[in-house]
Design a protein around this ligand. Sequence first.
Ligand SMILES: NC(=O)c1ccc[n+]([C@@H]2O[C@H](COP(=O)([O-])OP(=O)(O)OC[C@H]3O[C@@H](n4cnc5c(N)ncnc54)[C@H](O)[C@@H]3O)[C@@H](O)[C@H]2O)c1
Length: 252
Amino acid sequence: MAEQEFGGKIVIVTGAASGLGRATARAFAAAGAMLVLADRDASGLDATRAELEAAGNTVTAVPTDISDAGACLALGPAAIAAFGRIDVVCNVAGAFRFDHASQITPDVWDMIHSVNVRGPFFIIQGAMPHLLESAGTVVNVASASAFLGHAYLTHYASSKAALVNMTKSLAMEYMQSPVRINAIAPGGINTAMTATPSIPDGIDFQLLARYSPLRGSSEPEDLTDLILMLAGPRGKSIHGACINADRGITAG
Ligand SMILES: NC(=O)c1ccc[n+]([C@@H]2O[C@H](COP(=O)([O-])OP(=O)(O)OC[C@H]3O[C@@H](n4cnc5c(N)ncnc54)[C@H](O)[C@@H]3O)[C@@H](O)[C@H]2O)c1
């Protein structure tokens, strides 16, 4: 049998209870990885764990609220306790909501940024000693919103832009190490996040039309090979990049 791309590798995936995180966990499992799955949705997380275990994969689930920096710092040590090494960290979990800029409260602003950029930073910080040992990789999931002003998503777009620069800044700081750190920036994905978004009253739909994907939305499975490519040896020339995978939304 051919050697599997991630055979014997330990991969942390956040957001693993749903959508792109669950699809990413499935793809790494199919490629031979052992998984540490994190999400705050304990039942969704358990469903992903049970599905992968039933298929013969080795998985541990760590219910984690990524808005809690201490819980994020603890994720790397939890992976070490379970498996003794970390090869890949995939920060997929994200928090998303539409709000009029005039109605964003400090708590909502902080929640969005804590899940989308502060949490991923501390997950990486907690895992970094082990990534340095394993010559590991990081893949962060940003968004096309990082590159476009986005009405009613001031907090979300700001947090994803910060995540892109956090990715690049860490890539610079760890330039002389073997660790590779990258991001992807999807456009629309058919997941729970966008299936039934809560739209506040009084928004101007003309301002949202700019972001309608003319080439449609992606399925989560459309994006997982890009994540695996960045996480593994096929991505060896890519460091400090954020790769747009948005079906053209940011083309012009
Ligand atoms: N769906 C889209 O159109 C789209 C577009 C661009 C980028 N993204 C990004 O893709 C990533 C995956 O989102 P998705 O589309 O799969 O959505 P999803 O709603 O299916 O999954 C998001 C996951 O993040 C988890 N999560 C949210 N807050 C959390 C917290 N505080 N602690 C732990 N887990 C938390 C949720 O429980 C859920 O399992 C996100 O980072 C999102 O911003 C999504």
